[in-house]
Design a protein around this ligand. Structure first.
Ligand code: DP6
Length: 355
């Protein structure tokens, strides 16, 4: 019998409008909608292989080669159970000759090609790849938006990594969560000129996980209520319009405002949560100064870069491709690298040749 196996990979996404807070912690239903860019290059991905076999005794999972316990009723167990249910209902119940994969245990191996849990959204690509690989294994005829309902229950931000380009996660209103899914706002081909620079300030595991941090914010932050009601809905509409119009100046303005407000609600949490460090804040100062000069009428009057920070100290800088060389030079000038700089994009002539 041919082995039942499938391998799929999913990229990291970086939010411009941040998800922070759940109204239902079991179904992972958010307190506000969010919007992200799915990074489309090979550097930041999870690759996951799933295999089903009648001889397997139980579902098992390996992350970067190390076996992780699948806790009963936990997020991974929920995703696997939901995918088996879809296999049964959408394939086996309709075709008596389909192998009964929903009754077999699965073995799942996943690799990240970047530091896990350093604020680089490894759970997002991880649960997106897990859901996509089970969908491929089970030959499900299911569109990514429907799969996003399952990936969401692994990690909220994972639902956005199933789609490419610019992706919104609509918070939804139904208690069932059936309307809390990801949708593509625009494909990557709509605005390929936007590039992302990841500045790894630290690759250590973060102190407060997103999951526990955001719950503490929901329980204690008055500012979060203001953000949910009075800021995010307008920002979602405005940034979607900026994306459709390819208006980088407006996109940058909203992205930076939302990152800063997200970190403000972290500070408004009791006890407060600090994700950024002094280097993170110094990068903000550099980009703010870069934009201040760019905004002068004689320089065109438009922002040239946008920073954003997730639940960690690492900066992601979005900018039109034409500005990236200048931005990288500036970052390297103010933050000289200890290790020889590797130049993945070939921007610096011989500096990274052959590396
Ligand atoms: C700051 O999706 O990791 O990156 O749903 O509890 O797994 P859980 O949280 P997670 O939170 C991500 C928070 C964020 C913002 C974002 O990606 O929108």
């Amino acid at each position: 019998m041919a082995p039942f196996t499938a391998t799929t990979s999913a990229p990291v996404n970086i939010a411009c409008i941040k998800y922070w807070g759940k109204r239902d912690t079991k179904l992972i239903l958010p307190t506000n909608s969010s919007l992200s860019v799915t990074l489309d290059q090979d550097h930041l991905r999870s690759t996951t292989t799933s295999r089903a076999d009648p001889s397997f005794q139980k579902d098992r999972l390996w992350l970067n080669g190390v076996e992780e316990e699948i806790k009963t009723g936990g997020r991974t167990a929920t995703c696997i159970a939901e995918m088996k249910k879809m296999r049964k209902e959408l394939v086996e119940d309709l075709d008596a000759s389909a192998p009964p994969l929903s009754t077999y245990s699965v073995h799942i191996a996943s690799y990240n090609n970047f530091p896990t849990a350093a604020g680089l959204a490894s759970s997002a690509s991880g649960f997106a790849a897990l859901t996509a690989s089970l969908a491929a294994l089970y030959a499900l005829p299911t569109p990514p938006t429907t799969l996003s309902l399952i990936a969401r229950q692994g990690s909220g931000s994972a639902c956005r990594s199933l789609l490419g380009g610019f992706v919104a996660w609509n918070a939804g209103e139904l208690p069932s969560g059936l309307d809390s899914h990801a949708v593509q706002v625009a494909p990557e081909t709509h605005w390929p000129d936007i590039h992302a620079l990841i500045c790894v300030v630290s690759d250590h595991k973060k102190g407060t996980s997103s999951t526990s941090g955001m719950q503490r914010t929901v329980e204690t932050s008055p500012l979060l209520q203001h953000r949910i009601k009075h800021c995010v809905p307008q920002r979602m509409a405005d940034i979607s319009a900026a994306i459709h119009a390819r208006d980088f100046d407006r996109f940058a303005e909203i992205t930076m405002a939302d990152s800063n407000q997200f970190h403000a609600v972290c500070l408004d949490t009791a006890p407060p949560i600090f994700y950024m460090n002094d280097v993170s804040r110094a990068i903000i100062a550099v980009i703010e100064e870069y934009n201040r000069v760019a905004l002068l009428p004689e320089n065109g009057g438009k922002r040239k870069a946008a920073y954003t920070y997730d639940a960690g100290p690492n900066a992601v800088i979005y900018a039109p491709a034409a500005n990236m060389k200048e931005i990288i030079s500036m970052i390297l000038h103010y933050f000289p690298q200890q290790d020889a700089f590797k130049d993945p994009f070939g921007l610096f002539g011989t500096a990274g040749a052959g590396s």
